[in-house]
Design a protein around this ligand. Structure first.
Ligand code: 13P
Length: 220
């Protein structure tokens, strides 16, 4: 399976900072490597335009409406993103579960919206709710997800999880979702990434993706 390197910029970066990042990002991707960039919504089209000719570099959103197009003020659905080339949707990130009170059912609804409109969900889970999350997802959609194991204690703390623990949780995820790609996220940086690439299908990177040169160093 290809290795996925996902940059989750979260709610960071201005227009000028994104232009700078795109100018600074130089990487020769191997055939089995894919980069996914998840900017904030207003900056999607700028990134879309810059990456459209780059092979194996894809665009993601960090969230999606749980509703289809319609009267849902403030929401962004797949229809609104048509033409931008959004291929992935990061869904159920712990920050959204925590600060925006997203439920497992909300995340399941977003997964349905993504998949019925041509985007692959990157579903974020911690170990203690893998099964609870999976239970409310339409069963035929489970194996169409990418799943990211993001232990809460590792996110933004510098306390990255041990690779053997990640390997164990990856097996648990596959036993519940099927043989899906599993990513690890939580304080990944160029110094600690190697063992994660041995036991997963890639990484979901926050802080270390904000600097283009640091993010490029992760990819080898
Ligand atoms: P950090 O890499 O900053 O720990 O963030 C991880 C994360 O939440 C990616 O989605």
């Amino acid at each position: 399976m290809p290795k996925l390197f996902v940059a989750n910029w979260k709610s960071n970066k201005s227009l000028e900072e994104v232009k700078q990042w795109l100018n600074d990002f130089h990487v020769e991707l191997k055939d089995n490597q894919k980069v996914v960039i998840a900017p904030p919504y207003p900056l999607l089209s700028l990134v879309a335009d810059k990456i459209k000719d780059l092979p194996r570099v894809f665009l993601a959103v960090q969230n999606l409406s749980s509703f289809p197009a319609g009267s849902y003020t403030g929401e962004v659905c797949m229809r609104n993103l048509e033409g931008l080339g959004v291929k992935y949707a990061i869904l159920g990130h712990s920050e959204r579960r925590r600060y925006l009170k997203e439920s497992h059912q909300d995340v399941a609804n977003k997964i349905s919206q993504a998949l019925s409109n041509g985007a692959t969900p990157i579903v974020c889970v911690d170990q203690d709710y893998i099964e609870d999350q999976a239970r409310v997802i339409e069963p035929n959609l489970l194996n169409q997800c990418v799943v990211a194991y993001e232990p809460l204690a590792a996110i933004g703390t510098g306390e990255n999880a041990p690779a053997d623990k990640v390997a164990k949780v990856s097996k648990e995820i596959k036993s519940v979702f099927g043989n899906v790609p599993v990513l690890y996220g939580g304080s990944v940086n160029p110094e600690n990434i190697t063992p994660y690439l041995r036991v997963t299908d890639g990484v979901l990177v926050g802080g270390a993706s904000l600097d283009a040169e640091v993010f490029a160093k992760l990819i080898y």
